[in-house]
Design a protein around this ligand. Sequence first.
Ligand code: CMC
Length: 446
Amino acid sequence: MNPSKPAAAAAPEETPTATRDSLSITDNRTGRKYEIPIKHDTIRAMDLRQIKVKDGDFGMISYDPAFTNTASCISRVTFIDGDKGILEYRGYPIEELAEKGTYLETAYLILHGELPTRTQLEDWTYHVIHHTFIHESIKKFLDGFHYDAHPMGMLISTVAALSTFYPDAKDIFNPDSRRKQTYRLIGKMPTLSAFAYRHSLGMPYAYPDNDLTYPANFLNMLFRTTELKYHANPTLERALDILFILHAEHEQNCSSTAMRGVGSSHVDPYSAIAAATAALYGPLHGGANEAVLRMLVDIGSVDKVPAYIKGVKAGERKLMGFGHRVYKNYDPRARIVKHIAYEVFDVMGRNPMIDIALEVERIALEDDYFISRRLYPNVDFYTGLIYQSMGFPVTMFPVLFAIPRTAGWIAQWEEMLLDPEQKISRPRQVYLGAARRSYVGIDNRS
Ligand code: CMC
């Protein structure tokens, strides 16, 4: 159905039968009846436009601040059942991908719709790994940042700067160009992130090592010092790879919406990824992992948890790492993350903050405030503890979310570009401002 073409109104005297896939609406202002088609339990907002009081009216629109009940696209990438706590990429349960897959295999799945064959995976891995180097001028760019610049600010800026190095990326409707930018983006995001980290420490940049796996190479660029060859601890390498799988995609969240919205103006993908990364930076989204760690430090000890929760219930603050727009049950990613935490602690030693986190979770899950609002731990609740144990400073936590999410952003962007129903993103508003009035000269203003 063409969304710009409203369905014909039913004749006023017609009474729709109960078996039709349609919604009957009576406009009590006029007494007119309308029959709106239903498909996939959804009506088209444009079908409301025919509802008018008089000819010449604009017609009815729907009001949905923060898009809590509005689908802005048809997607085939990720399925979430928030009530049941189900997350699937292209139909594969997150638990199976986390247990059996790798991040690069998962990124391929998200982008291509199918798991790769062995040859496809080798080819994909080769191309990603061979696009990890960044132009030397980017280093000069990074050098301009203050020593305590937040790495997310550096990542947003440097990924945007990549658009100036690859003007071919503007050719967005060319599949070969899109593939090339995909290799570059997935290959270079860890390098930009690691270089931002090294800059903040004042350490020389460690270049990519193409012999290493995707997560091991990232650890190499972050942590290599004088050794000629970096060897990642296999438990930490696998833990990071699983965390990357869990963060790879999450349908129409704030940053994917930014990616689609900005990309819908047909800007190059580097600029759109910079916008998506900026959206992820906020503490209500990907910045929550950083905020959780700061909260746990703030709480300080297990005995202070009840008082902190009391403050949350009194509306003084939010419990970071809790609640989700779509999960009204335990976030399936949080379950897996909690398990990984203990594996990392076995290698790096127990993070003492885990006891505070467990106490927060225990009290919250028994408390009516959280039960009645269906607030459960989300993916960010335990990730910070793992990252901290692995040696990352808190400011790097959102960066560790942005790297893997790049695959999801590109998949959402490409799906948007190739969807003939999509156009430049442009919501409506309900205007309640001043009525038309005449300009008042500055001497006559009160
Ligand atoms: N702590 C305390 N109360 C909360 C929290 C929380 N973390 N989250 C929601 N509520 C309350 C909220 O105040 C509201 O209460 P009331 O009905 O009395 O007004 C009720 O629960 C419903 O919340 P909401 O604000 O309508 O929920 P939302 O869907 O708009 O917000 C959220 C979702 C994730 C932004 C929110 O839960 C939140 O701010 N959580 C903390 C930040 C966080 O952990 N974000 C990471 C999300 S997971 C990673 C990702 O995908 O981005």
